[in-house]
Design a binder for this molecule. Structure first.
Ligand code: PSV
Ligand code: MN
Length: 430
């Protein structure tokens, strides 16, 4: 399988040409951090331990809305999506797992798929169900809802699909099911707002009952879209109430694009953690709504503030702290591999900066109500250029110092354009 990926010689020769400059920059940053009492190697090691999952559907162009503009060499099946994920992992070394979405990634042989992935150096993270669109030949439609539908046959079908996802996930070695439903209404009065939530909870409790012992059920909320008047699981409040009602294996998943504009997402993160219900993340960025843009491309400061809460949470977690981290982005204007690499770098950068916050000084400033010095603790960390730390962590794990440079030089996409069949035009993601 190795030759399905990039040439390690190419990565090594690329790195060799950049090594002296990286050492110089790393050492210089190390001296500067040491003056503030921070060991740069400790930060590098923590960064090296951080990992996030790749979304199989993020390997393709497109989005949930409007048209797809496929690029030559784009993956056309799950095996090819895994290949592209392996390239991302080979270069960045922070994305060793893939999150599958069913039925987009359906296979007749999940054990075989697991072996293919292992051969590419990949494992599997949370599996995702899809009851937000109908599949060809489906006996009942999700047009008016799935897990919360008034029609019991639609609910049964949606529950069954989620249980099938758990079964596929068990064979793949996943340990979580993420459930996002587009259920909701476009008209006031279209549905009883209380009863639709009750139906959702009842369906979710049937899915919860089918979870293996060591699994988590991740509830993903979203303010609106495709429903534009009311959405059944619209916000973190609904999500945490549902998670509490369902039981300890149910947790909340925060997709950064799923909130009202200017909502304080870092505060939501802190709240969910406070009640033991922070289960996972979908990283992306947004300007207006659920834009699914590349992580850190619009509001890197917000990403830093979210990580600041995550670092605090990890310090204060009584029983360990292990949210499922995943990138969830998809659009049309870049090569998806380049976007995933760029996003992984932005996420790790936000994490590294959050690790640099002088928490003792921050707590002391907070205790004496010194707002300016508390803010400066965050600002000082945010101002740092942590790219040498990220590059050093990658290099030591066998990745590339200049990820995009190696990728472009490899000609991966051009090669794949010869081998893969063209992707059909259309809408949607996969
Ligand atoms: C919904 O907008 C979402 O964020 C969910 O995570 C879906 O599973 C994913 O996007 C793909 O449509
Ligand atoms: Mn999402």
């Amino acid at each position: 399988m190795r030759d399905a990926m990039l040439s390690t010689d190419l990565i090594q020769s690329h790195n060799a040409a950049r090594l002296d400059a990286l050492r110089d920059e790393y050492d210089s940053l190390g001296r500067s951090l040491a003056r503030s009492g921070v060991r740069i190697d400790g930060i590098r090691d923590a960064v090296a331990r951080f990992s996030m999952a790749l979304p199989s559907w993020g390997c393709g162009t497109g989005g949930t809305r409007f048209a797809k503009f496929p690029i030559p060499g784009e993956p056309t099946c799950i095996e090819e999506r895994l290949e592209d994920c392996a390239v991302v992992q080979q270069l960045c070394r922070a994305t060793p797992r893939v999150s599958l979405h069913f039925p987009w990634d359906s296979s007749s042989d999940y054990a075989g798929l697991r072996e293919v992935a292992a051969g590419l150096g990949l494992g599997f993270d949370a599996v995702n169900s899809n009851t937000f669109q109908d599949q060809p030949g489906q006996p009942v439609s999700y047009r008016y809802g799935s897990l919360s539908a008034a029609d019991p046959a639609a609910r049964d079908l949606a529950v069954r699909h989620n249980i099938d996802c758990i079964e596929a996930g068990r064979r793949l070695g996943s340990r979580a099911l993420t459930v996002w439903v587009g259920d909701g209404t476009n008209f006031p009065g279209q549905q009883d707002l209380g009863a639709s939530l009750d139906r959702y909870l009842e369906s979710m409790s049937r899915i919860y009952a089918a979870l293996p012992e060591d699994w988590r059920l991740l509830i993903e909320h979203k303010l609106y879209e495709p429903a534009f008047y009311s959405t059944v699981v619209s916000d973190w409040g609904t999500s945490i109430l549902a998670a509490k009602e369902l039981g300890p294996k149910a947790k909340c998943l925060v997709d950064l694009g799923h909130h009202a504009p200017s909502v304080n997402i870092e505060q939501i993160v802190a709240r969910l953690h406070r009640f033991g219900k922070l289960g996972g993340f979908h990283f992306n960025d947004s300007k207006y709504g659920d834009d699914d843009l590349d992580s850190g491309s619009i509001n890197p400061h917000q990403l830093f503030l979210v990580f600041n809460e995550l670092v605090t949470a990890a310090e204060t977690a009584p029983d360990g702290f292990d949210p499922a981290y995943m990138i969830d982005q998809s659009h049309n204007v870049t090569d998806p591999i380049e976007s995933l690499l760029s996003s992984a770098e932005a996420i790790l950068g936000a994490y590294a900066k959050a690790l640099l916050v002088d928490r003792e000084a921050l707590r002391a400033a907070q205790a004496r109500n010194d707002a300016m010095m508390a803010f400066q603790c965050l600002r000082a960390a945010y101002r740092r250029d942590v790219t040498p730390i990220l590059a050093m962590a990658r290099l030591e794990a066998g990745g590339a110092i200049d990820m995009l440079g190696v990728y472009r030089e490899s000609g991966w996409r051009r090669r794949k354009a010869q081998e893969r069949r063209p992707v059909a035009l259309g809408a949607g993601i996969v």
